[in-house]
Design a protein around this ligand. Structure first.
Ligand code: NAI
Length: 251
């Protein structure tokens, strides 16, 4: 059954590329008006163009999610442009440096925590206020398999994604009785520019083999789960963490 997002306004951060772009496209296909938010303005405009070509409704918003003022402005833009905010996917993220903890730079740590963790708190802070004005809503925070297990060389990323699960649970408890559901998604390694830009072919092949399903995931597979969690079909689901990982964490 397709999800029904008609008369809903959705916001997706990191929507110019990879997983976020797939989610923005699916939300629009299923009827939502979508704010395509990203620091890559040209990429966001291209996603909006694709959505409009397919008959959907979307608007681009250029943002650095690590800037609280810009996050507040993004939520205000959604309400001004489409009248309300009902759905949000806090998805923007970076990989950060790769180094063992003793060699991990303080600057690298701070940047990953700002972009991958603090931004999720700040986004929720403004989204939740808007969703209360709209009478309810749903939020999905993009975590990772590395929200529940470790990965050598990525201490800041692993810490940030574990933190996203904590933020998700705490906020879900606060807003469960206010008709706002908040969940987290944990993808395994997904074939997006985040991986292909940073890793060579041999490393990608090795990483694909770490999944019992023996391949990388696809952005559309993460989008399918995320959009289900945003939909009314998931009306009794909140505060929970949902893997889409080819069996990675089951090992
Ligand atoms: P991607 O690199 O294809 O897309 C990320 C998008 O976020 C880009 O368009 C980028 O411009 C944007 N972005 C980065 N920093 C930003 C900032 N400060 N402000 C606004 N936009 C910013 O990456 P991908 O793979 O689609 O990742 C999306 C999310 O999924 C991230 O949170 C990532 O940690 C998570 N994830 C990805 C996995 C993978 O294997 N690709 C696995 C598990 C989680």
């Amino acid at each position: 059954m397709a999800n029904d997002f008609f008369n809903k306004v959705a916001l997706v951060t990191g929507a110019a590329s990879g997983i976020g772009a797939a989610i923005a496209n699916q939300l629009a296909r299923e009827g939502a008006k979508v704010i395509v938010a990203d620091m890559d303005a040209a990429g966001a405009a291209a996603v909006v163009h694709t959505i409009e070509q397919a008959g959907g409704v979307a608007a681009a918003f250029e943002i650095n999610v690590a800037d609280a003022g810009e996050v507040e402005a993004m939520v205000a833009f959604a309400e001004k442009t489409y009248g309300a905010l009902h759905l949000a996917v806090n998805n923007a993220g970076i990989g950060g440096p790769s180094a063992p903890t003793a060699d991990y730079s303080l600057e690298g740590w701070q940047k990953v925590i700002d972009v991958n963790l603090t931004s999720v708190f700040v986004c929720m802070k403004y989204e939740l206020a808007a969703m209360q004005r709209a009478g309810g809503g749903a939020i999905v925070n993009m975590a990772s398999i590395l929200g529940s297990v470790g990965f050598a060389g990525s201490v800041a990323y692993v810490a940030a994604k574990h933190g996203v699960l904590g933020l998700t649970q705490a906020a879900a408890l606060e807003y469960a009785a206010h008709n706002i559901r908040i969940t987290a998604v944990g993808p395994g390694f997904i074939d997006t520019p985040l991986l292909s830009k940073n890793l060579d072919a041999a490393t990608l092949k090795h990483i694909a083999g770490l999944h019992p399903i023996q391949r990388l995931g696809k952005s559309e597979e993460v989008s399918a789960l995320t959009c289900f969690l945003l939909s009314d079909q998931a009306s009794f689901i909140t505060g929970s963490y949902h893997l889409v990982d080819g069996g990675y964490v089951a090992q």
